[in-house]
Design a protein around this ligand. Sequence first.
Ligand code: MLT
Length: 262
Amino acid sequence: MNLSFRDIGSGEPIVFLHAFPLNQRMWDEQVNDLSSSYRVITLDLPGFGGSPPDDSRSEVGIDRFAFAVLYLLDSLAIDRFHLCGLSMGGYVALAVYRLGPERIRSLTLCDTRATADSDDARKGRYETVEIIKREGIKFLALNMTKRLLGETTLSEQPNIVEQVSRMILTSSTAGIIQALTAMAERPDSSALILNMGVGFDLLVIVGEEDRLSPPDEMRTLALAVPGAKMGIIPLAGHLPNIEQPQRFNDTLREFLQSARRA
Ligand code: MLT
């Protein structure tokens, strides 16, 4: 599968996986900052940004997204890498870790969860699929933007509200439906996290105003791995890397430097 990607800078590779229903452009501020010291890879998951939806006839699940990421990294001859995923990108990052743990130098999970969907959440996703089939993705741009961004950003940063809404509209309907199905059927990764064990380089980041994966839930995830680090980003919702990029980048950079020493 041909994924649209960026490969910028040199040094230890770090791979960024985007949220639903966005694309790799959400990492622009991280590319600008970190590519002075790292080889930064961003990519559009199938059906988002410039990547076509998965056209195989088999069912598309989170693992197919993870395999697409691993194929891309193989084609770039990247063996070991730091991995950072936000929300849906976190679900995919956990699948990449499950499929190739020895390749992961460090893992950063942002505004995501390790548990599978509850029955209600799963039902909600399939209802959304039906609405999208009827009405297209415009309603997602309206509804999701409000849910993704924190109160502070919604009231004080109209440029970011506009940027996120426009990004959502570049996604393909087929990609959105595939991603909703993949997220609804994703496995529970709690045991995977518990088995990471002492000393595994895990960073958990969450926006203080995130209502989709709130700080308390993210704290539980971080506590499952002894020694894991946690960063709570003030004045940010579910997309702290866009809403408060400087604070996000500082937190990530500090962690990557300590992981490099290990
Ligand atoms: C995301 O930001 O990727 C979504 O909120 C993930 C989800 O719907 O579970």
